[in-house]
Structures are given as structure tokens and as C-alpha cells.
Write a protein that binds this ligand. Sequence first.
Ligand code: 1HN
Length: 345
Amino acid sequence: MHELGRLEDLPEEYRAALTELNLVPLWPSLRAVLPPGKPAIRTRPTAWPYRTLRPLLLKAGELTPMEKAERRVLVMANPGHGLEKMQATSTIYLGMQLLLPGEWAPAHRHTPNAVRMIVEGEGAYTTVDGEKCPMQRGDLILTPTGLWHEHGHDGDQPVVWLDVLDLPTVFYLETSYVTGGNPQEVADQGMDQRYQRGGIVPAPVFVRSDQPFPMLRYPWADVRKALLALAESQPGIEAVQVAYVNPETGGECQKILGFSALMLRPGECLTLPARSTAMVFHVIEGATKVEQDDHAFPLAEADTCCTQGYAPVTLTNLSAAQPSFIFIADDAPLQKKLGLYEVRL
Ligand code: 1HN
């Protein structure tokens, strides 16, 4: 590809005339927006070890009362995007949130979609659209776009969870906003008993859901059991991985970001092919090394990291005796809808 003209090649006077009229010549910047072969990537592979983050999050609990925070969160920002942008990747917001015993994070609803992966503690719950969802370690709880949600805590120890939002995309689209409100009325209990097993859903005549987000809580105990059963029954399977889906449609559980859980068998090393999506890895159980290019992150339980798109990622279970379990987030649902998703084998 031949070299294109530079901005400096143009007469000062001409450039000033363009600027005056809010015009810009394309050719000096064309290669920056259309680099050959692969995109210009800002997302830097980055790890956020829990042991370093946790004391600072607990300190925030002392420094900032809930009334002054609304949501007490330390945002895990990617330095490649600039910390103030609050982007872990181009499309993924990550934050670690703390709720102390007796605290309450008031109800609101907003356009970005959120999920929470519970990291530590017992006794907290989040109420989403009137459904009270208990929070236990490893559970995934959805708070999809537009649904009311609030968090409460009846236990006696701090509770911490990882928030994953599609905020960067929704914000970039100039569609991100919030509405406040009053505490929600909690609906009848047992909503989360509707989907007991894959392949069987409530019959349409009576109770089949017409909601876009029929399942809000994915208990870790069930997901873990499914992974162990998959590994046991399919010893030759390439990746022991399950996706969090909408049980009514079998499709992705949210529209912009996608979520899955992966088990690495003892000592297993798995290379994921280069794909167009950046990824987030969070260790639910065990110890896993995440490697990409020159970066190697040995992750312990509750640690989180991100990788770039367009380069392979290698995951290694650091234990030869125990399986490790990882939660994964990416923006494959969005990229697929836009026709941009690629796997490079
Ligand atoms: C939000 O609503 C929560 O409800 C957490 O817990 C983090 C980050 C950005 C925008 C909204 C929550 C958030 C958020």
C-alpha cells in the first residue's frame, strides 16, 4: 500500500479554510482508521488481582458511606483506553462492588445491561424487576436494560461482586441514562424455579414467558454441576464450556455481551483461536494462567483479566489435581449482529 499525503503537505491557509468550515481531509488519516490486516487495538492485556484490589475496596467502605456512593464500586479500567474512560475493553465495563452488612443500594433502572458475578460473602441479594435473587459466590445475576434493580444485605460480612456492563457501547451510542425510583415490591417467590432443566420450558398456553429476559439468576451450583457432567460424559471434548443463554430461545442471554463458564481439567492447557472479540476472564475456582503474546497472568481465585481480539489466548490450569473454573465475557453477540465477528484459525 503506497504512502498517502500528510496534513503538513497541505498549505496552512487551505487547512485553516477547511477547519473554519468544519471540514477535514480524509487521506492523512485514512490508514489510521483502516489499518491493513488487523484493527488498531487500544485494549491492553491487563490483570486486576483480587488480593491487591480487595483492601482498597474495603477501604472505600470506610471512606465513603452508601448515601455518598449509591453504588460503591472500584472500576477496573484498561490503561490502553485511558482510565477515565472506564473501559476494560472497547465494549466492556468492569467494576468490583462492595456492599456492607445492613446496607442498601437504592432501586434504579438504566439503559445499559449489567450482569453480576458474585465473588465473596453471604447474605446479600439483588431484586431485579421484583424478583429477589440471593447472591452466592459464583452465581451470575442479570440486570438487563430497563429493569429496576436494587441491592440489599442481611448478612454479617462484606459482600463483593464483579459488575460487567455494556456501558461503553451504550454510552458511545449516546443512549445511556438512568431513572431513579422507590423500593420495588417483591413478587411472589419461586420465579427462579421456572427453568429447572435445559430442554423443558413452561408450556405456552399458560405461563410461557414473553419477556426478553426470562431468566435472571444462574446459580453457580448448577453451572458447576453441568461443567463436571460435560467433562465426565464427553472426555474428548475440546473445551468444557457452557454458555449462559435465554432458556426460552436458546440464544444469548443478553443482546450486546455474551457470557460463558469454562472448566479446565487438572493440568489442562487450552488455546483459544484468534477471534475479533476482546475477552474478560474471571477465576471462580482454582488457579489459571492466561497468556497472550508477551503477557502471562497467573490468576488465583477471584482474579480478573482481559485480553485483546485478533490474537490467540492460552489458558492453563495451574493445578495438576483440581479442575479450575473461569467465567468469560465478550462482545460476540454484538459483533455477530453487526456482521463483524471473525475467528482466525
Ligand atoms: C449500576 O447500576 C450498578 O446497579 C453497578 O449495581 C455499576 C456502573 C455503571 C452504570 C451503572 C448497579 C454500574 C451501574
